[in-house]
Ligand binder design. Structure first.
Ligand SMILES: Cc1ncc(COP(=O)(O)O)c(C=O)c1O
Length: 458
């Protein structure tokens, strides 16, 4: 029996008591985040413009210049159900790869919904409850976010209405059932219940949907119902902020393991798990204290960071959501229905986009067969079946570890295993039986979608 420690656990008293806000570090490093614009006026958006969609406490976090924001006790009490999450050294994977690299992963799959998404669903539901809101409308891609908001709403006595991207609704019926178990209403998107959904269906009756379309439907419901707020599972500053509990805990655990990572890796849909694990480390890189490498990984079917354009674009398909500066494939772009439904978003978080644009983060894209090959190797060595989304991060971690084998370098790699894949087994079945098409994106569809970028006043 080896006495080598492979799991690094914290006490409940180690759960962070404040979230870390990267925005001051970005500004201090000389970068200039551009303000979000109102989709109607194209002018910088103010708190009052956002008030029909979000409670004021979240709007304040969205524009906050404070480095630390206290986490309410009520939220920490619920975090204690699954936090702190473990940091694990993947020694069995290292052995299988015959690499001198040390591979660590932070495991967020032990949360009730099975991913990192409850880290922000709980505070979002909490602040909505405090503001007297009765219902939250939202979108979900893979179903992980919808599951998380369903649970969080139930905990705080709110109703939840979830528009689930059609491709995922069909691929993952157990996610719908999970949401319904918590009392949420789940509709396939595009739906016939909103103007945005009806407009898409009129043009594309067989639409597989996209996060951009589902966001439009949820925003429309929130904007037209006084008692309903909108909640977003990624992209916005306050969402990435809430996810920094991941990186803050990981910093303590890596100190326990007596290592400092050379490379930090996460998958990117809208950027929240990537920002969550990496931003506490990014602050040290931006201030010149440390020299970490960051790798953001996305699907080849939706290559926002690697093939997109850095520009102002709408956050949703129907042009109802704020316009933000980000990498985008165009808000009309509908990615192929790959199994990593949580990564099928045309844009990315503005903070993450800026950091990629300024060269602080590398980005890469993989096709789904290479991703599932890595996922299966990980499952067979470490015993955890990963969700298709973090399997992208695993692919990159394995590739970096193989490079270490070739160069003989003993690098330390940290990646975020942001969700389990136990409700994604149909995807594994497709992979194992050779039914997984290698879905590359269509550059012509991107060119077409980019024609509809908003023309913003300079
Ligand atoms: C398991 C999982 N990982 C990653 C993502 C991508 O989102 P983000 O980039 O915000 O972490 C999702 C989104 O639904 C998800 O469900």
């Amino acid at each position: 029996m080896s006495d080598e420690q492979t799991t690094f656990n914290l006490d409940p008293s180690d759960i962070p008591t404040a979230w870390f806000n990267i925005m001051p570090s970005i500004v201090q490093a000389g970068m200039q985040p551009m303000p979000p614009l109102h989709p109607g006026t194209m002018q910088p958006i103010g708190p009052d413009d956002l008030a029909p969609l979000f409670p004021m406490a979240l709007i304040a976090q969205e524009v906050s210049t404070a480095e630390w924001i206290d986490i309410p006790c009520e939220v920490i009490d619920i975090y204690k159900i699954w936090r702190p999450t473990p940091l694990v050294r993947a020694t069995r994977l290292e052995k299988a790869l015959d690499t001198p690299a040390k591979i660590f992963f932070k495991y967020e799959g032990g949360s009730p919904a099975g991913s990192h998404k409850p880290n922000t669903a709980v505070p979002q539901a909490y602040y909505n409850k405090e503001a007297g809101i009765a219902r939250i409308a939202t979108e979900t891609g893979a179903g992980q976010w919808g599951s998380s908001i369903a649970m969080a709403c139930k905990f705080f006595g709110l109703e939840a209405l979830v528009f689930m991207v059609r491709a995922s609704y069909d691929q993952k019926p157990y996610r719908r059932m999970f949401m319904e178990t918590f009392g949420a209403e789940c509709r396939p998107s595009p739906s016939t219940t909103t103007n945005s959904g009806k407009a898409i269906l009129a043009e594309h009756p067989d639409s597989t949907g996209s996060l951009g379309i589902a966001i439009s439907e949820a925003v429309e419901v929130a904007a037209t119902h006084e008692d309903t707020s909108y909640a977003l599972g990624s992209v916005l500053n306050h969402v990435l902020l809430h996810q920094t509990v991941i990186g803050l805990e990981a910093q303590k655990q890596l100190t326990m393991a007596e290592v400092d990572p050379d490379i930090i890796i996460g998958c990117v849909g809208g950027g929240s798990n990537f920002g969550g694990v990496s931003y506490p480390f990014m602050a040290d890189k931006l201030s010149g204290k440390k020299d970490y490498r960051f790798i953001a990984v996305e699907p080849a079917a939706c290559p926002t960071l690697t093939k997109g354009t850095f520009a102002y674009d709408y956050g949703d398909t129907a042009q109802l959501a704020p316009i933000v500066q980000m990498y985008t494939l165009g808000h009309d772009f509908v990615p192929a229905p790959v199994h990593a439904g949580g990564l099928r978003y045309h844009g990315d978080a503005p903070s993450l986009s800026l950091l990629v644009h300024e060269g602080h983060i590398e980005a890469r894209a993989y096709g789904q067969n290479a991703v599932f090959e890595a996922a299966v190797q990980f499952a067979q060595t470490q015993g955890i079946v990963p969700a298709p989304e973090p399997a992208h991060a695993i692919r990159a971690a394995i590739d970096e570890a193989i490079l270490c084998r070739e160069s003989g370098e003993e690098k330390t790699i940290l990646f975020n295993l942001c969700g389990h894949g136990l409700l994604d087994m149909a995807a594994y079945d497709d992979y194992s039986n050779g039914r997984l098409p290698e879905m590359e994106y269509d550059p012509a569809a991107e060119t077409e979608a980019l024609k509809t970028l908003p023309v913003v006043p300079s």
